[in-house]
Design a protein around this ligand. Structure first.
Ligand SMILES: NC(=O)c1ccc[n+]([C@@H]2O[C@H](COP(=O)([O-])OP(=O)(O)OC[C@H]3O[C@@H](n4cnc5c(N)ncnc54)[C@H](O)[C@@H]3O)[C@@H](O)[C@H]2O)c1
Length: 378
């Protein structure tokens, strides 16, 4: 089988760009029959002295990268406030785009990026990669198949501890202008997307946020402090269109040995639990039979079957973070080969935009002391 060569340009190569690169590099070692070969192309970032040797080269501007030509796709992994301008340039050139979440700093930016991608008909995707977690897909199937009956309530939690050190210096992630928001935008977007993916649309919401560390040193070790204007922690109470109620909680200040993303979904006939500690299976409890099912769930959707075929097996696992990003990127590259969005479950810019509209309303509610917001349209 001849494989399509996909030369991928990187814009930004910090924390998540590194995760994407590890995924692209390892992909052909783990999956031998992929219909594409990814070549790690040029990298543009604000300092190109330290680009690892297996990338083609470092370039000094996005224009230089795009004008040189020869790229089959671009992966944008820069701070959120740069996404809009950079994404528009890539889309204008008609190049397939993988754009990190959130795709813009607010719903307005996300809308314009989505519209431009539609106009230019490019293959595009964002890294809302929980859609590629086998456990999330099993839960989605279980809910669709009525295993837990009607959903009564749920919890969606993403609990990190990285911001607990008061001396952690200021960064673009702690300023609204550069990030769009704190924990709820950075991490909560994954929860909002996964909740919508598994359980359908949100009808109304109210939220509360806290910023525990209101000032941060301007740089490591500095005695000069700067104000933080985003949340460290946000809790959102949501009402779903299907009648269930739930909470979505994103935290950067929850001390625990391991960071975890967790979902607990309770219905009239049972419950489902998911944790990043066990990304390959959801735990189903059936009340009437009083049984707990852990492991492969065999009434699968086509997308579930597909996800299980592109998610690394336990023995090849590089950790759930790289594994999830690898599956998500495989989906993007496959869509480029097919020149269409093969599975409608793909996290397109349209899905990212819908999530971002919800985030805008969450921020609005928090700014208004937890006011209930029921108009969730843009
Ligand atoms: N999907 C996920 O799981 C996930 C996880 C973490 C971050 N992210 C997203 O990835 C993006 C990047 O986050 P990160 O944690 O990697 O941030 P980071 O600060 O670690 O990396 C940012 C990168 O952008 C580069 N950069 C900064 N300013 C630039 C400029 N003006 N021009 C060009 N390059 C510039 C930096 O050199 C660095 O390489 C954000 O959108 C974030 O929300 C997604």
């Amino acid at each position: 089988m001849s494989k399509k060569e996909i030369k991928l340009g990187f814009v930004g190569l910090g924390f998540i760009g590194t995760i994407h690169s590890i995924a692209c590099f390892s992909m052909p070692l783990i999956f031998k029959n992929l219909p594409f070969e990814v070549k790690l192309g040029p990298v543009y970032k604000n300092n190109i002295e330290d680009i690892p040797h297996f990338f083609e080269k470092g370039v000094k501007s996005i224009e230089e990268m795009l004008e040189e030509g020869g790229l089959d796709a671009v992966d944008i992994c820069t701070p959120n406030y740069l996404h809009y301008e950079q994404a528009m340039k890539v889309i204008e050139k008609g190049i397939p785009l993988y754009l990190e979440k959130p795709i813009g700093v607010n719903g307005k930016e996300a809308y314009e990026i989505m519209e431009k991608a539609k106009e230019k008909r490019i293959i595009h995707q964002t890294a809302l990669m929980y859609r590629f977690m086998p456990a999330v897909n099993q839960a989605r199937d279980m809910i669709k198949n009525g295993e837990i009956g009607e959903i009564l309530n749920f919890k969606a939690l993403m609990l990190h501890s990285g911001y607990m050190d008061p001396k952690r210096p200021m960064s673009w992630k702690m300023k609204k202008a550069t990030s769009g928001g704190g924990a709820i935008v950075d991490m909560g977007i994954h929860l909002v997307d996964a909740v919508r993916f598994m359980m359908g649309e949100i009808k109304s919401l109210r939220s509360n946020s806290k910023t525990y560390f209101k000032k941060r040193p301007v740089s490591k070790g500095s005695e000069i402090y700067e104000e933080v204007d985003v949340d460290d922690w946000t809790n959102v109470e949501v009402e779903m269109k299907n009648g269930g109620w739930g909470s979505i909680e994103a935290s950067r200040i929850s001390a625990d040995l391991e960071e975890e993303t967790r979902f607990e979904i309770y219905g009239t006939k049972g419950s489902i639990k998911i944790s990043t500690k066990h990304p390959r299976y959801a735990v189903l409890y059936k009340k009437q039979e009083n049984v707990q099912i852990i492991g492969d769930y065999d009434t699968k959707s086509k997308f579930s079957e597909y996800v299980e075929s592109i998610y690394p097996t336990e023995k090849y696992s590089l950790g759930w973070m790289v594994d999830l990003h690898m599956a998500s990127l495989i989906n993007f590259f496959t869509n480029i080969v097919e020149d269409k969005i093969v599975f409608s479950e793909t996290p397109t810019f349209e899905e990212a935009y819908k999530d971002q509209v919800i985030l805008d309303k969450i921020l609005l509610s928090a700014e208004n002391n937890g006011k209930v917001i029921s108009n969730l349209k843009d």
